[in-house]
Design a binder for this molecule. Structure first.
Ligand code: KG4
Ligand code: ZN
Length: 345
């Protein structure tokens, strides 16, 4: 089955052609990132205006690169939410129109589910049950994935999303946008620098909620702690890279600890990580180490780790097509489908 996946929930405009939920024939992503770099964050109207211009060329290019025509497309899958309303509307209304004109089934997809399915792309199915950590700019959630019909939310952030915290702290430290890659780069530079050994023990940020007996996160306090640190009255004179390093450690400590707690609680066989923050190398390493420790502590043989390929960590149409294939539930009446910016798991 060949599905055209359409994704426009944030600032990306993406279309992909995917066969049987895993084989990516094309994946075209247009982004208005450069415009948002000038403003230090996404301006929803700017993103939506760019998406109106790029949606049709992006879909055309996806079909062209996959060497298929609309006749060979069996269904269209599109993100209905959560996301920015102006951006979602463009993908949803375009997909509805194409489905009507081409007479194809239309499969609505929850963007958060799609991030889970990014690990199915170009690889075999993961070992289940899995604990999934979805960490992006708008969401940080833990879900238990038993099978395609049984995916349950088990915890999440009570305030800022992990990616949002990276973006906000990068802005405070003047490291640029998007904050995740900027902080990761500064932290790596710090590790490779002699300053690392001098400053490493001087700075300790809190690990909010890490010892609480739940599967929740809180990241807004970290942002406040960093703001205090850099204020002229703080008495600290630490390089931005040192703060970036410790901030990243604090976030990934929390993400890894609660994910491992969930694995232990639900006796999961694997961990799936999705969303923009899944691109973070330090997080990947920390989760691998923590899973190894859990195995030796509990004498579990192995916990498999699944990370998306880097090109599928950020928002893309391929993960939407994959989620649509594995949860093939086409709309009965395509015209009653609506964008849903507040959609949950
Ligand atoms: O999933 P995504 O592309 O869009 C949303 O659905 O939100 O995630 C974007 C988020 C941004 O906050 C960005 O700073 C973060 O993912 N991000 C990272 C890294 N690359 C992107 N965070 C930490 N480390 C990274 N390497
Ligand atoms: Zn996303």
């Amino acid at each position: 089955m060949t599905i055209l996946g359409i994704e426009t929930s944030c600032d990306e405009t993406s279309a992909s052609v995917v066969e049987n939920g895993t084989k990516v024939l094309s994946n075209v992503v247009a982004t208005s990132l450069e415009m948002h770099q000038k403003t230090g964050g996404i301006v929803p109207e700017v993103a939506a205006r760019e998406q109106v211009k790029s949606i049709i060329p992006v879909i055309d290019e996806a079909l062209k690169r996959a060497s298929v025509t609309e006749k060979e497309i069996d269904a269209i899958a599109m993100t209905v939410g959560p996301g920015l309303i102006g951006s979602l509307l463009i993908g949803v209304e375009t997909a509805k129109t194409l489905a009507w004109v081409w007479k194809k089934p239309l499969i609505p997809v929850n963007h958060l589910y799609a991030h889970i399915y990014s690990v199915f792309l170009e690889s075999g199915p993961p070992l289940l049950p899995a604990v999934c950590l979805i960490a992006s700019g708008g969401h940080t959630d833990l879900v238990l994935f038993k099978n395609h019909k049984d995916i349950t939310w088990i915890g999440g952030t009570v305030d800022d999303a992990a990616g949002e915290a990276f973006d906000k702290v990068a802005r405070i430290l003047d490291l640029g946008y998007p904050g995740g890659p900027a902080i990761a780069k500064a932290a790596e530079e710090f590790c490779n620098n002699i300053q690392y050994s001098i400053h490493n023990n001087q700075l300790k940020l809190p690990r909010p909620m890490i010892h609480e007996d739940n599967l929740d996160f809180s990241f807004s306090g970290l942002k406040t702690a960093v703001t205090r640190l850099v204020s002229p009255t703080s008495g600290f004179k630490l390089p931005a890279s040192s703060i970036a390093f410790e901030f990243q450690e604090a976030v990934i400590d929390c993400l890894a600890q609660k994910t491992i707690n969930a694995v232990e609680k639900y006796k999961a066989k694997s961990i799936i990580v999705g969303g923009g923050v899944a691109a973070n190398t330090a997080l990947r390493e920390k989760l691998g180490k923590s899973a190894g420790n859990l195995c030796s502590r509990t004498q579990v043989q192995n916990i498999k780790m699944y990370f998306p390929l880097l090109k599928y960590c950020g928002d893309n149409g391929a993960m939407v097509a994959s989620a649509g294939f594995f949860n093939n539930n086409p709309a009965k009446d395509i015209f009653s489908l609506e964008a849903d910016p507040g959609l949950h798991f």
